[in-house]
Design a protein around this ligand. Structure first.
Ligand SMILES: Nc1nc2c(ncn2[C@@H]2O[C@H](COP(=O)(O)OP(=O)(O)OP(=O)(O)O)[C@@H](O)[C@H]2O)c(=O)[nH]1
Ligand SMILES: [Zn+2]
Length: 345
């Protein structure tokens, strides 16, 4: 089945989101409210945790405060996920039994989707509005997997997030060979090792909303604990809304010290929904190549010969405008769109 291609058009991105919240990948514009502000007095807030019909929100004017909310009927079926910018009315005091109502959700500037699982046939947006996606991979124990990284990169590029590769456990193996595979993609790479402060990662997350993904055992929790003092307590507060249950499968936003942004941990995200991603949306994330593929034949998957013999990206290499190594790296990532998730995860 042809995925993406020109017929699959970039304009479909918004329709493919399961909500009617419009998505404009890659644009850094301020989220605009989708609905006319009937509730002019609504408190602006960010969703930081979701648990069984209750959304924990951090109001902009006091991000330390926690307001638990339910969704207002008028929202219809609009999904509300961690990172969403919302308007709250009702009891926004944040008191023990206080319950506010979410009356609007702003347009999203980015979306991270996860793949459907056995109990849930739909792809879901798990994180909204993160500017960066840190893909955490250990260099050893467990061994790094290009398949996982490539799929995460595709999900980031298509969803409007800037990917960053974080290679952990550099005390166990040399990061250079694995990092070399991604060098041509201009992908920022940070390396961490046991017993050393993750300075590079601190710089990445500073002042931003950053999502972290990674397989079990790669050291993601170790990093989250270094970035967010008291992370365990914060996770418990946010994900155990009302009943004190610790939910280990949903995303939670954790405040960085001194109001220097948020990291969103995604314990349940092990694979990414790529099924509906248009290949051109991924290529478009590489600014220098978006124009070149205008010359490709309709339906070109940009993989080159033999499947796409007329791909214009080969002409770019021939003309000296694109390095062969960069094209090869891009094509390896694009190939992730053709491999089903279950073969990799
Ligand atoms: N050698 C070495 N071990 C590390 C490093 N970072 C984490 N570990 C160890 O790797 C194991 C897994 O680390 P976690 O931080 O729990 O990994 P995780 O990715 O959060 O895994 P889950 O909690 O299963 O999702 C633990 O035993 C850590 O002590 C590192 O830089 N070097
Ligand atoms: Zn092409």
């Amino acid at each position: 089945m042809a995925r993406g291609g020109r017929g699959g058009g970039r304009g479909e991105t918004s329709r493919l989101d399961e909500s009617d919240v419009r998505v404009r990948p890659g644009r850094g514009t301020r989220p605009r409210s989708k609905r006319r502000p009937e509730h002019a007095d609504a408190v602006e807030a960010m969703v930081i945790g979701v648990d069984r019909g209750r959304w924990t929100c951090a109001p902009d004017e006091d991000p330390q405060r926690r307001v638990v909310a339910m969704r207002a009927r008028e929202l219809g079926r609009t999904p509300v996920v961690v990172g969403d910018r919302v308007g709250l009315v009702g009891d926004v005091s944040g008191g023990e039994d206080a319950l506010a109502r979410i009356v609007r959700v702003a347009d999203r500037v980015s979306v991270l989707r996860r793949t459907a699982d056995d109990t849930d046939p739909y792809e879901r947006v798990v994180v909204a509005n993160a500017s960066h996606l840190v893909v955490v991979t250990s260099l050893a124990d467990p061994a790094p997997r290009t398949g996982f990284v490539d799929r995460a990169l595709v999900a980031a590029y298509a969803g409007g997030l800037t990917p960053v590769l974080c290679l952990t456990k550099a005390d166990l193996a040399d990061p250079a060979p694995f990092a070399a595979q991604y060098a041509e993609l201009d992908l920022p790479v940070v390396v961490t090792r046991a017993g050393v402060d993750p300075t590079g990662l601190r710089e990445v997350v500073d002042g931003r909303v950053t999502a972290l993904v990674g397989h079990s055992g790669v050291g993601k929790s170790t990093l989250v604990n270094q970035l967010v003092p008291d992370a365990d307590r914060a996770v418990g507060e946010v994900s155990g809304v009302g009943k004190g249950r610790h939910t280990s499968t949903s995303a939670v936003a954790l405040a960085l010290p001194h109001q220097r942004g948020w990291v969103i941990d995604t314990p349940g995200v092990r694979s990414f929904g790529l099924a509906h991603i248009a290949v051109d949306d991924v290529v478009a994330a590489f600014g220098d190549l978006a124009e070149a593929i205008e010359e490709c034949p309709r339906g070109c998957a940009h993989l080159g010969p033999p499947s796409d013999p007329e791909c214009a990206l080969d002409a770019e290499v021939a003309a000296g405008r694109l390095s062969a190594g960069r094209l090869e790296a891009l094509r390896r990532v694009l190939t992730a769109l053709r491999i089903p998730a279950w073969e990799l995860t």
